[in-house]
Design a protein around this ligand. Structure first.
Ligand code: FE2
Length: 255
């Protein structure tokens, strides 16, 4: 078992360089800017950043911590086999392709078109899973965001229920394997989207681009032991274990 560790906000710090082409993501969302006014507006996003290293970090809770939503065996296989393989393979690719692993993985993702398919698949796989673990916590009743995050969500999507419906549909309707995302785009709007395979919104080749706030893994390996073919049930249940504090931190760290 992997024991609980504190939320490692220092593991990933947001940097402007993560999004190619001068995507100037700064604090807030256009529609919600007044709500976020109390946060310090950044002059330089790199000063307050989430960064992701190439090493797999400890799971921030035990394998069975998400039971009734995600079973312990799924978590153990997912973390110790699937995600561990992405971590190993991205390091192998980085070594082969001359990447300085002292620099954040985000630098590579922002320019992923210049690297191999192995780097794209495993770099994305490693980043996405490192983020995914942080986006979850033990289930709680009436689990929902608070503060500036809920205000921003309600402004952008009219209600939390509408947001959940749209985000859930992004995951349920992703053909094959992939991810659903809540992210902030270049115009500083909250957006919902999905990516295939292990792509993510930080990648220069992605159809959706921005800084990710919330990630949902809809690969079958994330749910099949408990839910079999019923991806929709997994997605609907998943809301009980979303770590909204982490999502709020990602929003706040942009400031
Ligand atoms: Fe996964």
């Amino acid at each position: 078992m992997i024991m609980a560790t504190p939320d490692k906000t220092n593991r990933r710090t947001f940097i402007s360089k993560t999004v190619k082409g001068g995507l100037a993501i700064s604090i807030g969302i256009s529609a919600a800017a007044p709500l976020l006014k109390a946060c310090a507006a950044p002059k330089n996003i790199s000063s307050s950043a989430f960064k992701t290293g190439f090493e797999q970090q400890p799971l921030p809770y035990k394998y069975d911590a998400l039971e009734n939503v995600i079973d312990a065996m799924t978590m153990e296989i997912h973390y110790s086999k699937h995600a561990a393989a992405y971590a190993k393979n991205v390091k192998d690719a980085a070594t082969a392709e001359g990447v300085d692993m002292n620099k954040p993985l985000e630098d590579v993702l922002a320019n992923i078109s210049k690297y191999s398919a192995k780097m794209r698949n495993n770099g994305g796989g490693h980043y996405n899973h490192e983020m995914f673990w942080q986006c979850m916590k033990p289930r709680s009743a009436d689990n929902k965001p608070t503060g500036t995050l809920i205000s921003a969500i309600e402004k952008q999507f009219t209600s939390f229920d509408n947001f959940k419906k749209q985000f859930g549909d992004a995951g349920k309707n992703r053909f094959g394997s992939g991810w659903a995302w809540l992210y902030i785009d270049a115009a500083k709007n909250l957006k919902i989207g999905s990516t295939p395979n292990q792509d993510n919104p930080l990648m220069d080749i992605s159809e959706i681009k921005g800084f990710p706030l919330l990630a949902l893994d809809v690969w079958e390996h994330a749910y099949y032991l408990k839910y079999q073919n019923k991806r929709a049930d997994y997605v609907d249940n998943w809301w009980q274990v979303v770590n909204w504090d982490h999502v709020q931190q990602r929003l706040d760290k942009m400031g």
